[in-house]
Every structure is written in C-alpha cells, then in structure tokens.
Design a protein around this ligand. Structure first.
Ligand code: BGC
Length: 354
C-alpha cells in the first residue's frame, strides 16, 4: 500500500501521457490535439472537456490475460483499488493465458450489461475479434498492456489503448549498460557479448525491448555479439533455466544478461549466483518492470538496473480514459493509444521507488 501510494505520487509527478500518432484527441468531445505535450494537456483537461462519467455508479468488467504474472498482479491490484476507491462495482477475471476462455468472459460481461470493460488481451492477434465483439455490444472499452495496431483499433471509436512505448524501455535497458564503467565490455575484447531472455514473442513489448536494448548499444558505436536469444515467456523459472544453460555453455563469455522483464531477471540472477558469478563485477543484468524483488536486488547491487513499468500510472490512466468513454468521448482513428513513460532505475534512484 505504501508503495502503491508512493508510486502513485511518482506517477502523478512523472506522468507524461503521450499519445501514439501524436494525438490524444478524445474525438467528439475534446478539441483536437497534436503532439505529445498537447496530449498530456488533453489528458489533464479532460475533466472539464467531457461530460461527467456516472460518478462511481457503474459496473466494470476487467479481464487479465493471466493472474499468474508478477507484473500484471501489481497492475490488476492497482486497477481494482482505484476503481473501487471511486465507487465502481468491479469484477476481475483470470484468462488463464487462454484466449477462448477470455472471449467467454467478455461475452459474459456483455450479457451481464457492464458499463465498461478493461481488457488485457491474452493474444494481441485476437484484437480484431475482441474489438468486433465489444463494438457490436456498444461497450466502451479500454485495452491495456498488449497493444494492437492503430488500424485494428480504428474499427471502434469507443475504444482506447493504455500502455507504454515498449521501444523506450528497451532503449533504457541499453543505456543502463552504456552507463557502466566499461560500457558492458567487461573482458575488454572490444565487443559486448550478451544473452537475451525474451518475453512472449507475440507481445510487442518483448519484440521492441529485444530490438531496442541492443540498438542503444549499436547506436552508441558499441560492437555487440549475441550468444543466445530465447523466449522465456515472462516467466521466472524459464528465465532461470535459460540463463543456467547459457552460463554452462558460454561461461565467462557472457558479459550482459538482458531480460525483457524483471521476473525472468530474478530467475536469471539465481542462476548467475549459482554459477559463482557476481553482478556488476563479472556480469551485468538488467530487467524491466521495477517489481519489488528487483528493486531490492538493484539496491543490493545484484542487478545492474531495471526500468519502471509504471503499473499504478497505467492503471490510473486506464481508469481516466474509461471515465472519458463513460462520459461520451469517442476516439479518432490514429489517436487511440495513450502512453505512460518508463523510468530508468539504478542504485542512485532506487530508493525513490521502494
Ligand atoms: C511486462 C511483463 C509482463 C507482460 C504481460 C509486460 O509489459 O513487462 O512483466 O509479463 O507485460 O503482458
């Protein structure tokens, strides 16, 4: 709770809502805006600009792709707390990583007549179907965490996506390595040899973090060598296994372990320690999310750094956008993504997030 409040405060200060495609225009009800800062203004102004949402009286259906995901657990708890704090009646369903199960849950919510839906799709590839379903039912919908394309979203004007710009988190991971004394080249052989432990590759967050973390290094003129890149599906145990196998195979050649999220990084850390390696001395390790466990390891020097994936900021923005929709707002095509900034977390600033 303390952390939730602290993060909410940090989010309020750092929250920069930037719209994908340069506009967070709430369509019919708010003036058109262009550019990220205008988008932030639009987000701030919305209270005045759109009719009031039914204050606290509504029923909200929330679908989470699976409860057994460390980051989405923080996110869904924040969502529930914010919605209930505003007086909404909330039901949260576990999709168990099964898209057909989630489809049924969405249909049930529709039959029950919920006022709005907040959906974390199981599969981004199912976005067309989800969007068609909620459109036909006319239910205002906020998609979270797994971003569909702008074209897919343009099918329904009472739909908005709230998330983060995944490329930014990848860039920040690369910068965390560039900020080390040897820029990641621990053995001084002129190149950074890394392994990449990926999330679910169907997820744009996994794709862009994988690409942009390495791009940050190459853009800075650093030569890189990929020893291995494997999917760990955001899962701690898989992160541990992949890292253990790679350490057995490549040993001291591995200078950097990039993990697309913290849960896999925590798993990787267990293998790093079991192999007798020492983070920040003979190997670097970075993740994304700023889970509590990762913040502890950054503070202890057992992780080089992480990147705050602001669950509370995103939950806050998701509820804000939902209320705009409930107030009658519609979204213009190309202006249906709202982004919350990532933040780099290092030993220098980790205390601000704990
Ligand atoms: C988070 C992961 C999480 C995934 C779920 C990502 O943004 O960084 O930790 O597992 O979302 O879709």
């Amino acid at each position: 709770m303390r952390k939730l409040l602290a993060l909410a405060l940090a989010a309020a200060m750092a929250l920069s809502l930037a719209a994908c495609g340069g506009s967070a225009d709430s369509g019919d009800t708010t003036p058109a805006d262009t550019g990220a800062s205008d988008a932030a203004d639009a987000a701030q102004d919305t209270g005045d600009a759109v009719p009031d949402a039914p204050a606290g009286g509504g029923t909200i259906g929330v679908c989470i792709y699976k409860f057994d995901d460390a980051f989405m657990t923080t996110y869904r708890n924040a969502l529930q707390e914010i919605l209930e704090g505003k007086g909404y009646s909330v039901t949260v369903q576990d999709g168990n990583n099964d898209q057909s199960k989630q489809n049924e849950q969405i249909n049930t919510y529709i039959t029950q007549g919920v006022d709005a839906l907040i959906i974390n799709p199981v599969m981004t590839s199912a976005a067309d179907q989800i969007i068609a379903t909620v459109k036909e039912a006319g239910i205002p919908t906020v998609l979270i965490n797994r971003e569909p394309t702008a074209e897919q979203m343009s099918a329904y004007d009472k739909l908005v996506y709230v998330g983060c710009d995944a490329a930014q988190s990848g860039t920040f991971q690369g910068e965390l390595i560039l900020d080390t004394p040897n820029k990641g080249d621990i053995n001084g052989d002129g190149k950074v040899s890394y392994i990449m432990i990926q999330g679910d590759p169907e997820n744009i967050d996994a794709q862009l973090r994988t690409e942009y973390s390495v791009k940050a290094l190459t853009d800075a003129g650093v030569e890189v060598e990929e020893l291995d890149s494997q999917r760990g599906d955001w899962d701690r145990e898989k992160g541990q296994t992949i890292c253990a196998n790679d350490l057995a195979q490549y040993g001291d050649q591995i200078e950097v372990v990039f993990c697309n999220n913290d849960d896999m990084a925590i798993g990787a850390l267990q293998s790093i320690q079991a192999a007798g390696r020492t983070v920040n001395e003979d190997i670097y390790l970075v993740g994304v999310d700023a889970l509590d466990a990762a913040l502890t390891e950054v503070a202890n020097g057992n992780m080089t750094g992480t990147v705050l994936n602001d669950a509370v900021g995103q939950a806050t923005a998701a509820v804000e956008e939902m209320e705009k929709l409930l107030g009658g707002a519609t979204y213009a095509s190309g202006s249906q993504s709202v982004y919350v900034d990532y933040v780099k977390v290092t030993p220098d600033n980790v205390a601000d997030f704990q």
